[in-house]
Design a binder for this molecule. Structure first.
Ligand code: PEP
Length: 258
């Protein structure tokens, strides 16, 4: 982390977990134990039907609510889809885009790019995910793969909007598996992502953008991962479903930075 130049962000990704009633219960518990300091931004990205309950519960708090996906079109015949203006109207601040679980369902880099552009236009903060498979890592193409995902995902994002984008590096082999990238492995890729942003935009923009790590981050390993200079927070799946664990990760963000 480097709080001097950029925001630290701890974001939860609930995936397809919790009902609206369970959301209300979770938020009540979280509010009771939420750390008082304001050392990082906190986001919870929840299933679409849980958004109203989450927004209502966290209205007077510093926790921003987000969605887990969006459709890039403004409206129309897209049964089952949700447009970005629907999310902002419902009170969302963030939206996860290009999670590997959605890419596995067929989402392409072009889809990710269209969603990032639509989210920015609507005033949402996109949390754009990238990450390599185990096979790609073993074949030594991690840097090339991630560079391609970043370049295609950020295509046509204007210079004055790039700082609004949060990038989440999530090695697929570490998501939901209990296998965490070592702090060194995670730092190496996050640093590389920053250098791609530097080449695409500028040093100032690269220094200002928040890059998160995701992949089995939990209350035990968060401190060490967040101590890395280019890891500005976490995108957390499993551990964001338990208020006590999520709070411990937020607390790990309160450590001295470079
Ligand atoms: C995720 O879904 O983005 C994620 C990182 O999951 P987990 O923390 O459970 O590995």
């Amino acid at each position: 982390m480097n709080r001097k130049y950029r925001k630290t962000v701890i974001a939860g990704n609930w995936k397809m977990n919790k009902t609206p009633s369970e959301t209300k219960e979770f938020m009540t518990q979280l509010k009771a134990i939420m750390p008082k300091g304001r050392w990082c931004d906190v986001a919870l990205c929840v299933p679409a039907v849980c958004i109203p309950a989450a927004v209502r519960a966290m209205r007077e708090t510093r926790v921003g609510i987000g969605a887990e996906n969006c459709n890039p079109n403004p409206s129309g015949a897209y049964t089952g889809e949700i447009a970005t203006n629907m999310l902002t109207d419902a009170g969302c601040k963030y939206v996860i885009i290009g999670h590997s679980e959605r890419r596995a369902m067929g989402e392409t880099d072009a889809d990710v790019n269209a969603k990032v552009l639509a989210a920015l236009d609507a005033g949402l903060i996109p949390i754009m995910c990238c990450g390599e498979s185990l096979e790609q890592r073993q074949n030594g193409v991690t840097a090339e793969w991630i560079t391609m995902q970043i370049k295609l995902g950020l295509k046509d994002v204007p210079e004055d909007k790039i700082r609004k984008v949060i990038i989440a590096y999530e090695p697929i082999w570490a998501i939901g598996t209990g296998l965490t990238a070592t702090p060194e492995q995670a730092e190496e890729v996050c640093e590389m992502i920053r250098s791609v942003v530097r080449k695409l935009y500028s040093s100032k923009n690269a220094r200002a953008i928040s890059i998160l790590y995701g992949g089995s981050m939990n209350e035990k390993n968060a401190f060490e991962l967040l101590a890395q200079p280019d890891i500005d927070g976490g995108l957390i799946g499993g551990a964001s479903l338990v208020p006590e664990k999520f709070v411990k990760i937020i607390e790990a963000a309160n450590q001295p930075t470079v």
